[in-house]
Ligand binder design. Structure first.
Ligand code: FAD
Ligand code: UQ1
Length: 413
């Protein structure tokens, strides 16, 4: 078995951020990355692709072009962990050993959990920004829409970017209003969870926006089935089953930690890699760290959270490599750029640990702003490609004292 000082499972946002920095510091051949995919996606762009703002092709680059120069790319699926032997097994049957392991394999999308969805997706008004195969359909069907029922769903489980199921709704509502179709259209948000958004400050803002725009918000409403022949969607609302007709439906699928993690000894009861939320170190195996969507850390699953988490993992891993105590602690920072229309955005930033806002800027981010929209549209994609996955961006925590010196929203929230 080939041996690495640091082995990384997953070459997505978190895996690349950590292994870029680590392989720079440790030199050629010390870091290995197990990543099966030939393409790397900037997933946050898919909201903008679905809304007709970004081009799909710009969300995609060859995986080879984003791999850190000093790291070895093992193009295969990890299938099993043997933490007692410091070993990972891949689909080809190869084995790799490590001093330290970083697990960043993201979420798996469970399309099968909603009956009829898999076959209906991408046809006849059924779409989802959560897949590279269908995000362009959201825009195509939006342009073809002639009025009727438009429904946007969110499942009753943790998902990546908890605001994304709504962002596409606001872009849709904005678009059809400009097309003169608003009077002929019902817009409904079917939220599987008990609240429109998990953080109160922004939940209040979004609730008001929906009231203003005559968007019907129904909570605890879980999509169970899509019937494409009759264009019906079946929801569970408490003990009640409701069937509604749709002309346009944007579905957010169930998601969970990948199966090979769930069935491993690294997982907690919910299936996530069981790490300490502050140090990001595994609770049972001190030479394993995990970050991003597949980790147990109780915060919102976003690339923004990954940026902050990556800074913590890098510092702690570099210390652990020298046998030193772990210096860094994660504060639960996460962000969700809530696109509320073309040219409008509420930049939610908060700690998932406390539920309190942690805003980067000196103005109130609970307001819709063009400046924040423009940052999401043009600046953050560049930050992702040039800074985050190259290991240079560890989240805004280190700049906040400059950009928001008084931190006043944190007290007024
Ligand atoms: P990923 O970036 O998903 O990477 C996981 C990697 O693991 C992938 O490359 C995958 O191929 C690989 N992998 C999978 N299985 C295996 C295996 N068996 N072995 C080895 N490798 C494997 N975040 C924001 O901050 N802001 C936003 O506005 C935003 N909007 C979003 C909108 C949408 C529609 C979506 C889908 C996501 C959005 N996100 C947003 C969330 C963000 O993209 C994720 O939270 C982030 O990419 C998580 O990083 P990660 O490294 O944990 O996982
Ligand atoms: C962020 O750092 C990040 O990762 C690169 C995102 O993912 C795409 C984000 O959406 C946001 C909002 C941030 C936070 C960045 C700033 C400048 C507040």
């Amino acid at each position: 078995a080939k041996h690495y000082k640091v082995l990384t499972v997953g070459g997505g946002a978190g895996g690349l951020a950590v292994s870029s920095t680590l392989s720079n510091k440790l030199g050629k051949g010390a870091v290995g990355i197990i990543e099966p995919s030939s393409v790397h996606y900037y997933q946050p762009s898919w909201t903008m692709v679905g809304g007709g703002v970004h081009q799909f092709k710009d969300s995609m680059r060859d995986q080879a072009s984003v791999m850190p120069r000093n790291a070895d790319w093992i193009q295969d699926y990890a299938v099993a962990f043997k933490p007692e032997e410091n070993k990972v097994v891949t689909q080809n049957g190869d084995e790799f050993t490590y001093d330290f392991l970083v697990v960043a394999a993201g979420f798996q999308l469970d399309w099968d959990k909603i009956k009829g969805l898999k076959d209906a997706l991408g046809k006849d008004g059924v779409t989802s920004n959560y897949s590279p195969k269908s995000c362009e359909k959201s825009w195509e069907f939006m342009q073809a829409f002639k009025g009727g029922n438009a429904i946007f769903t969110q499942p009753d489980c943790p998902i990546k970017c908890a605001g994304a199921p709504q962002k596409i709704m606001y872009l849709f509502e904005d678009y059809i209003t400009r097309q003169g179709l608003r009077d002929k259209t019902n817009v409904t948000f079917m939220q599987g969870l008990p609240a429109i958004f998990g953080i109160k400050k922004y939940a209040d803002v979004l609730t008001n926006i929906c009231k203003d725009r005559d968007i019907d918000v129904q909570v605890n409403s879980v999509l169970k089935e899509i019937k494409p022949e009759t264009k019906e969607a079946v929801f569970q609302q408490g003990d009640k089953t409701t069937t509604v007709n749709y002309d346009y439906i944007h579905v957010t699928p169930y998601m969970s930690a990948p199966d090979f993690i769930k069935k491993s000894s690294l997982a907690n009861a919910a299936g996530f890699v069981d790490v300490d939320q502050y140090t990001m170190q595994h609770v049972k195996y001190p030479n394993i760290f995990s970050l991003g969507d597949c980790s147990s850390v109780p915060t919102s699953k976003t690339a923004a959270a990954v940026a902050s988490e990556s800074g913590v993992v890098k510092q702690n891993l570099l210390a652990a490599l020298e046998g030193k105590p772990l210096p860094a602690k994660y504060d639960g920072y996460a962000s969700c750029p809530l696109v509320t229309g073309r040219g409008k955005l509420v930049l939610a930033e908060f700690s998932g640990f406390t539920g309190q806002p942690l805003e980067t800027f000196f103005f109130d981010q609970g307001k819709e702003r063009w400046s924040m929209y423009s940052m999401k549209k043009d600046l953050i994609p560049r930050m992702y490609w040039d800074q985050l996955i190259t290991g240079l961006w560890n989240g805004p925590t280190n700049v906040r004292f400059l950009t928001n010196p008084l931190g006043w929203q944190q007290f007024s929230a």
